[in-house]
Design a protein around this ligand. Sequence first.
Ligand SMILES: [Zn+2]
Length: 352
Amino acid sequence: MERYARQLSLPEMSLDKQERLSKTSILMVGAGGLGSPVLPVLAGAGVGHIVIADHDTVDETNLHRQTIYKQDQTRQSKAKLAKTYLEHLNSDIQVEAINEKLGAENHQKLLNSYQFDLILDGSDNFKTKDLLNSYSIKSKSPLLSASVLRFGGQIGLFAGYLSNQPCYRCLFPDFPENAYDCNQAGVLGSASGVIGMLQAHIALCTLLDLGDYKIGDIVIAHLDKLRLENIHLPKNKSCATCKNQDHEEMSNLESRSVMIDILSIEDVAKKDAIIVDVREPHEISSDPLNHDLIKRPPLQIPLTQIPMKMSQLPTHKPLAFICAGNIRSQNAAEYVAARGYEDVCVLDKFSL
Ligand SMILES: [Zn+2]
């Protein structure tokens, strides 16, 4: 958990969410201009299972925007190189490479083999986007589709398998016949980098239930003007691809919350609770807990070590977690409460 300390410090994050991310499975289709920025961010954040699908090899003309590859790796499989890159970045996660083109046969194989929490589309053609949209609907997995061209791009979250949510085809009922790709139209490395980072950001927010990005939200980036435009796409009730879908909800986007009391030092003393200080050692040494009502030395277990050191937590007395600002302590208390500890609370740091 140590590597995730900075994201765990966010008040909106929790150990439970981090653990949930470690059990999350995603499919990234395309390890090119979008996959290059997306994959390291998701691996670094701790997405536990990443499947990379790309049948292409590294070409010298890719290197200006696909910066996870090196110039001595040309003609090697992107999916396999990206897998190695991610494994060196985070050995806690599982990465798989599919070095073949998505088509009807292996598409079906994929569909039967995995249940993805999120499908990320980083492809550069409508045929693949259409396949992924069908896959999203059949497998009931949300699709986060992105595309980039010249100085712009767009990212949208689709879930056409839900009765009231759009699919990719609700946005594009008819695919343009003469669509350009990056080979023909050109693209700056910075443009695909920005769109890829936005896609990675929306993916993390979606998986962790952070922010207020919703299914059907489309972000359109005009990078020549540094302007982002947001639209919300309703389901097209006459969309031939996604009409008549079952009424289902997305369980993987649901969040659980446990109510934890925040008590003063006086109330914690009355409960005779054992205090667990989840700050880092350097914080504790520079600001030790000194209070007449603290009768026994607090346990010292930094937040990121709580999952590993659960066995050190006493079960015979209430537990009161404390940190520097009642955020990490709340995280720790929610985490242990969800695992069967009934009498846990937060010791209000500001009551000391
Ligand atoms: Zn649709």
